[in-house]
Design a protein around this ligand. Structure first.
Ligand code: AMP
Length: 561
């Protein structure tokens, strides 16, 4: 079975398709969302999800989160003294989801359709694919998150032609895409986004407001205190929607500080973020050649669209109420599962036709004659422009730039800069041309880009008809099999925890964290229940484990996490 995976910045989900509809697969704790957080301890034990997030408050040096933002970069994460790349951390999340899916479905899962932000460039997509490989998952297809969401919303089921805007504000990334349904074809018309904007920025605004009121500076706080502050700010942020005010408390140097923040204050403080949100909306509309009033429906995706500051802003902007009938956290994973079913060519989804756009401009490097006899090289010539519907095929004719030139080199580049050097190099090919005065010989360069991000480049010499072809697999892995195997061997010291004990591990980690934060009687009480639970675990008596875990959970629950 091919599953659909939403590998999110904050949370990840896995879904499958059965009985004509996509469904979320609960994780080992029975929850739909698995936090995209990884922790590795000194012994090489790996923790993923909620347990890893709990460890943030205890051993911040052992935990990594929001690594999706660095996918495709060389950023080095150090967890308990060991080094990891963003895709390696992502692979641990994927492995966790894979195991949960296998246990739930009762069969091996070796392939997945993974969603990526529409704005992920080639490097980031490759890194995502590698993460899949490291987790033992074949990833032949990636879908852009807004497209997946639109599919989940069942947009293709509509009877009349409609234009939609999918507004996706997740934990750390923001995507806007405009889709058009026309004669039962769902077409992505434009995408735009910001890889550095998301719900976490709204949490930071809350944390800053609190610090201001408490007359504290962030640098006065220890690393653990900062984690706690952030956790409280996150809670306050989620609570403020629909309220006039929220109260936020924070334990600082053995003292509980409590401050009230009004929703008005919060809204004002978010003004800059709302301005930033406006930009990609404008850009996508401009690229699609549409006005705000041309949009028939606005769909909300991503946890942060639950914020009322964001919803109110959108209502003011579009003068209509967004469609919120889906759970914004789940839509992308559900859509990815529909895509997985399409890849399997399941009967139920056969009639759905989807098209996508290429999110970056593809072009080549050229020499430009800016004045008679004066040349400038290194300029970028777009061939398939950003937001062109794919599959697409475009041809550009290029002329020789020098007298006696006997070959033409086509460098394949991706990006938006006027200068070739600023764009991403994908490959190159060279072809011989008959010598002659400059401008006499020419080549036709044809780029063909398909739905699976395969770019075919063909160069034909106009005078001789000679041609050369090259295929660039946009989403292919850069890592050779050997390299992947080697790195997997290097990572073999990692001990993946058996999934059965996750609940025990989570309770214990949470209890340890709350013990550190507690004082006096409460601390002694927690110690008592932790000791009982640990004794039961040592003995391995299942009934006793369940009993003492329940008691410990109750003791923990007395105080809001
Ligand atoms: P996602 O990446 O789509 O899982 O979105 C995660 C983001 O959504 C995080 O920044 C969360 O704080 C935010 N979020 C989740 N639930 C809520 C809520 N009820 N109100 C405000 N923000 C939320």
């Amino acid at each position: 079975m091919i599953v659909g995976i939403d590998l999110g910045t904050t949370n990840s989900l896995v879904a499958y398709f059965a009985d004509g509809q996509p469904r979320i697969i609960p994780n080992r704790l029975g929850k739909n969302l698995t936090p995209s957080v990884v922790s590795v301890d000194r012994e090489g034990n790996v923790y993923v999800g909620e347990t890893a997030r709990e460890r943030m408050g205890l051993y911040p040096d052992s935990v990594a989160q929001t690594f999706k933002r660095s996918m495709g970069t060389e950023r080095d994460y150090v967890l308990s003294g060991r080094h990891f790349k963003p895709e390696e951390l992502s692979s641990m999340v994927l492995r966790f989801l894979k195991e949960d899916a296998e246990s739930f479905l009762g069969e091996e899962v070796t392939e997945a359709v993974i969603s990526v932000p529409a704005y992920f460039d080639d490097k980031r997509r490759k890194a995502t694919k590698r993460a899949g490989e490291l987790a033992g998952l074949k990833v032949e297809r990636m879908v852009s998150e807004p497209t997946a969401a639109a599919v989940a919303y069942g947009l293709y089921d509509k009877t009349r032609d409609t234009r939609f805007l999918v507004f996706d504000l997740g934990g750390g990334t923001f995507d806007v895409s405009i889709l058009e349904l026309y004669h039962n074809i769902l077409e992505v018309r434009a995408v735009a986004g910001d890889n550095y904007l998301g719900g976490e920025d709204f949490t930071q605004v809350m944390a800053r407001l609190f610090l201001q009121k408490a007359k504290l500076q962030l640098q006065d706080l220890s690393e653990k205190e900062q984690v706690r502050l952030y956790r409280q700010a996150e809670k306050a942020k989620c609570a403020v929607s629909g309220q006039n005010r929220v109260s936020m408390s924070f334990l600082y140097k053995e003292e509980t500080l409590e401050k009230e923040i009004s929703s008005k204050e919060y809204e004002e403080a978010c003004e800059d973020l709302l301005m930033k949100i406006r930009e990609p909306v404008k850009k996508s509309l401009a690229d699609a050649g549409l006005k705000l009033s041309d949009i028939d429906e606005v769909l909300l995706i991503g946890g942060a669209t639950r914020l009322s500051v964001v919803r109110d802003f959108l209502i003011r902007l579009f003068r209509k109420f967004p469609d919120t009938k889906m759970n914004p956290d789940e839509a992308v994973a559900l859509g990815a599962a529909v895509q997985a079913a399409m890849k399997e060519r399941r009967e139920e989804v056969k009639e759905v036709i989807l098209t996508d756009v290429c999110s970056f401009t593809l072009g080549t490097e050229v020499v430009v004659e800016y004045e008679e006899g004066k040349f400038e090289d290194g300029r970028f010539c777009p061939i398939i422009e950003r937001n062109t519907v794919i599959p697409a095929s475009h041809t550009e004719r290029l002329y020789t730039a020098r007298d006696g030139q006997d070959k033409v080199r086509v460098r394949v580049l991706q990006g938006e800069s006027r200068f070739a050097r600023n764009n991403l190099f994908l490959g190159e090919l060279e072809i011989q041309v008959p010598k002659g005065p400059k401008g006499q010989e020419s080549v036709d360069v044809t780029y063909t880009y398909d739905i699976n991000s395969l770019l075919e480049v063909e160069v034909t010499v106009v005078s001789t008809g000679a041609s050369q072809k090259m295929i660039i697999k946009g989403e292919d892995s850069q890592m050779t099999d050997e390299e992947a195997k080697k790195r997997m061997e290097e990572l073999a010291y990692l001990k993946i925890q058996p999934r059965d004990y996750e609940e025990n591990r989570l309770v214990l980690t949470r209890a340890e964290r709350m013990y550190e934060e507690a004082l006096g009687d409460r601390r002694r009480k927690l110690d008592h229940y932790i000791t009982l639970f640990e004794a039961a675990l040592k003995k391995g008596d299942q009934n006793q484990i369940l009993e003492t875990r329940k008691a410990l959970n109750e003791a923990l629950g007395e105080e809001d996490e």
